[in-house]
Design a protein around this ligand. Sequence first.
Ligand code: BDR
Ligand code: CA
Length: 303
Amino acid sequence: KQPVIIDTDPGIDDAFAIVPALFNEKLDVQLISTVPGNVNVDLTTENALSLLQFLDVDIPVAKGAENPLIVELEDASYYHGETGLGGYEFPPLTRKEIDKNGIQAMAETILSNEHDTTILALGPLTNIALLLHTFPEVKDHIEQIIIMGGSLTHGNTTSIAEFNIYSDPHAAEMVFESGLNMTMIGLNVTYDAIIYTSQIEKIQKMGEMGEMLTSILSYYRSGTFESGLRMHDSCTLAYLEDPSIFRTEKMKVKVLTDDYGRGATVINLDESSSESNMNVAVGINVERFQEWMVDSLQQAADR
Ligand code: BDR
Ligand code: CA
């Protein structure tokens, strides 16, 4: 089984990556590390714990950084609700995060694995930057980092910047320059990773889990069931499971950190592809993505 760490800020679309990952037979999700992003890190941690408790899955959750490296957090509670998972009322939490900092927990998990670990990055890159900086020895043991973030076209937080990269541009820059095997799945493809009423109705029929997921979706301000809802973060898992759903190209991508360009991901066309630092998603097969989303949740429901 492929060892996986999910670094996340749940987050409604984060839940739609976490849940199917947990029940994927080929993956061994060993740790969920939480990062401030959609809401603060106390809430993203509670949300991760609530999801696991609801699903009765027992894997460690470790709370990561309190704040972005340099800039102040500007959360996305407008899109995800004040708590980060809409207004859904989970049963009272009886679980707690582990008594270890998320960055250290990530390092220990990676170093204790016989096989190289894959990281799904579903939020700002604060924890991953701190991990690579503080424990550089992990670099030789990371299979790949699949990042939901950035864009080759428009932004969603400013006209040029996507939320995860905008939220901690300095961390993103460190990760993008790390030389690791990375794939960037940005808004230029996740804008099309949409599920509509026809998929949502199928999800709703998936028992208690389906009811919970549909209920949190109803709070997601990225659209309506009819206009469709964007499953940004799910794309990282879809890519891990079946890269052929996406078309990728190797590119040299830089992150801008100055005030004017904050969080923009820029392609340097002057540099040859031999200097590329990223595998960048440039296309998505929307129909196959939608099928994958429903099938992978069905697998989770049937476990
Ligand atoms: C990203 O921002 C967050 O609001 C989502 O969870 C996703 O990770 C999309 O820009
Ligand atoms: Ca997210």
